[in-house]
Structure formats: C-alpha cells, structure tokens
Ligand binder design. Structure first.
Ligand SMILES: [Zn+2]
Length: 201
C-alpha cells in the first residue's frame, strides 16, 4: 500500500521476481475478465471510460484468481484493500502489509517532473531520469511533453482520494501487527533494500 508515486508497482514487480511469486494487480485482473462472464460488458465499459469497476465484481475476480495453481505458495497483491469495504467483499488474510510512506510534497515533486515522449511514449523524469538533451527523447528524437494528469492539482486529488481513505485500513492492519513501514522518500534501490530487510530476505 502507498500513495501515488510511492513505487508500489516497482516494488511489487521486483518482489515478484525475487520471491518467484505472482504479482496480482487489480487493473490487470479486471482487464482479463473472461468474455463469457455475465457482467463482462459492465466491467469493460467502466474500464474503457476510466471509471471504477464495482467492488463486488473485482472481489469475485480476485478471489478466483488467487485460487489458481500459481498462487498456491503465495502471491503479492497490489491495488486491493484500500478501504474497509474492499475487505468486506474479499479479505485475502494478508500475512504482511508493506506500507510505502511518501509525503504529498514528494508525490507532487515526483509526478510533476515526469515527461513523456509525444512520439514513442518513453517516460522521463527531469529530476531523476533526465533525457540527454532537454525536452528531446533519447530514443527517437521526439519532443517531450507533460501529461495533463501529471499536474499538481490532479496529484493532490489522487493522493487524497487514494491515500487518506486508506488510513483506516492501515490502522486495522497495524492493530493486527502485520504492517511493515517503509520509507519511500529515498531512491527506488534504497526503497527495495528496506523492503527486503523488513521482510528479512
Ligand atoms: Zn521518443
């Protein structure tokens, strides 16, 4: 768990490679809904319009997904359990919950410094991964632009929406003694080392 730009996706993928456990991402599970599912059209329509897939369907798809053989030794879940209602629909019984702590200021800094190539889609960050020539894509020479979604206002809204609601769930997990707090203010490599040591790997 963690706010936008805290590195959840990166940590999830690295852990998945390291532990040889599948990474289950809510978005992907929804995209892979079978065409013969009775609510296929509803899910597709929500995904296409950028809306939220109803929690009961997500819960059903997730519950089915984690029963597949590749999850028999465990799995890493990204994107579920941000609200108590999520857990009401499907509570996987987490062994450990990694909380990537990142301030709103840092989330804004990370996201507003993103640039994307208007031609090939390569992603840069003018603070952390700058292009060789300012404003120009290293890969194809296209010009770099800032996505509308990467504005300060959008980040503030997403941070509040995604993270401030998650506080209740984090408290619930903390009371169970399964929260591992990670400082996500540092570089991706340092974040991952803290994750490994928190998990005693
Ligand atoms: Zn490019």
């Amino acid at each position: 768990m963690g706010p936008p730009a805290s590195g959840k996706g990166t940590v999830g993928q690295k852990l998945s490679d390291r532990l040889k456990l599948p990474l289950i991402q809510v978005g992907q599970v929804c995209r892979n809904i079978p065409e013969n599912h009775p609510r296929y059209d509803e899910v597709k329509a929500e995904m296409d319009s950028g809306g939220l897939v109803p929690q009961d369907i997500v819960a059903e798809l997730l519950e089915k997904r984690v029963k597949e053989p590749d999850c028999s030794n465990g799995y890493i879940l990204d994107g579920w359990g941000r609200t108590m209602i999520d857990l009401h629909y499907f509570n996987p019984g987490f062994d450990q919950v990694l909380v990537l702590n990142l301030s709103l200021e840092s989330a804004i800094k990370r996201i507003t410094s993103r640039r994307v190539c208007s031609n090939c889609g390569e992603v840069y960050n003018i603070v952390y991964i700058p292009p060789k020539v300012e404003g120009i894509c290293d890969v194809c020479g296209g010009s770099l632009i800032q996505r509308d979604d990467d504005s300060k206002e959008v980040v503030e809204r997403r941070y509040k929406l995604q993270w401030e609601d998650a506080v209740n769930v984090v408290t619930y997990f903390r009371d169970k003694g399964i929260v591992l707090d990670i400082d996500a203010e540092v570089s991706p490599d340092e974040v991952f080392s803290s994750v490994l040591s928190a998990l005693k790997l």
